[in-house]
Design a protein. Structure first.
Length: 305
């Protein structure tokens, strides 16, 4: 139907059957057949053939106006689906709460500096929610924390851009000098993400395997606030090493790596498929994030998730 509408619009603009045929690289009879197919599909004539040359009918004028709008919309749709078109419009990016820190703004800004017509829209959420929102098309892409080896949905495209390890943090007087396994911390309270966090679930399973229930003192989706609560004595915390490396000024706290705890995490970039005109922006953001995590001391990789 688009071909028929395009032919009718061209005929109206060309002013004659012959000129329309030349513009469309068709024969006049082929143009006539397309106009006839359009009229059959509409159930009404768009040309008044009682006069020579035929005039556009009142119905045809309405079809012409709507047809032009439809063709413009279709061309815009084609542009949005083309990876050869300059990225523009809103880029909806999801971030795991553990990655929604001030420093992450730098690689996002470098990406938008390359594409001046791009408008980033950031959303922080739990990893499981981000996966579902990418799948539904509510987000164009997401950067998320996953326990290493945790598969994302097979219907999504994911790349692990960095790896990290979770580290126990607590008051220096409690952790320094401690030896042994996790059972040395039995009965301690923890400052954690709320339920639904995949890393928290992995940690809970690790404690339960050691015969220790997870005792939660505070739950909040903000690592800076979590660290402040740990510093205030609410309990122990569990943080990515990358995050802690940026906050060495907290001298009252200590990290512990001698409790047999090993929770490696992957930082993954996930999308549902080709993003059309936004695809170059997604590629650029992936590159910027790889560089950012590499510079921040986290091992970067290009491995397929």
């Amino acid at each position: 139907m688009l071909d028929e509408i395009r032919t009718f619009v061209t005929l109206a603009e060309a002013g004659s059957l012959q000129r329309a045929a030349e513009r469309l690289l068709l024969t006049p009879s082929a143009v006539t057949r397309q106009i006839q197919r359009l009229e059959t599909a509409l159930g009404a004539p768009v040309l008044d053939r009682r006069v020579k040359p035929p005039r556009i009918t009142p119905i045809g004028q309405s079809v012409l106006e709507q047809g032009r709008s439809l063709l413009r919309s279709f061309e815009a749709m084609k542009a949005s689906a083309s990876t050869k078109t300059e990225p523009a419009g809103v880029f909806r990016l999801g971030l795991s709460h553990g990655l929604a820190v001030a420093a992450i703004a730098a690689p996002i800004r470098r990406m938008t500096n390359r594409f001046s017509s791009l408008q980033p829209q950031l959303n922080a959420d739990m990893t499981q929610n981000l996966l579902e929102r990418v799948r539904r098309g509510d987000l164009d892409a997401a950067v998320m924390l996953l326990p290493a080896g945790e598969p994302h949905s097979p219907d999504l495209i994911g790349k692990v851009i960095a790896t990290d390890h979770m580290t126990i943090v607590g008051p220096a007087g409690l952790l320094r000098g401690q030896e042994g396994d996790l059972r040395c911390l039995d009965g301690q309270a923890w400052v954690m993400n709320p339920p639904g966090c995949l890393v928290r679930e992995t940690f809970r399973s690790t404690l339960e395997a050691a015969g220790m229930p997870l005792k939660v003192a505070a739950e909040v989706h903000n690592m800076d606030l979590q660290l402040s609560l740990v510093s205030a004595g609410y309990g122990l915390g569990l943080f990515p090493g990358r995050f802690l490396a940026q906050r060495r000024e907290l001298d009252s706290l200590a990290t512990a790596g001698n409790f047999g705890l090993d929770i490696p995490v992957s930082i993954a970039f996930v999308k549902a498929g080709s993003l059309g005109r936004l695809e170059p922006a997604a590629i650029a953001l992936h590159e910027e994030l790889c560089g950012y995590f590499s510079r921040s001391g986290v091992a970067a990789t290009r491995t397929q998730a």
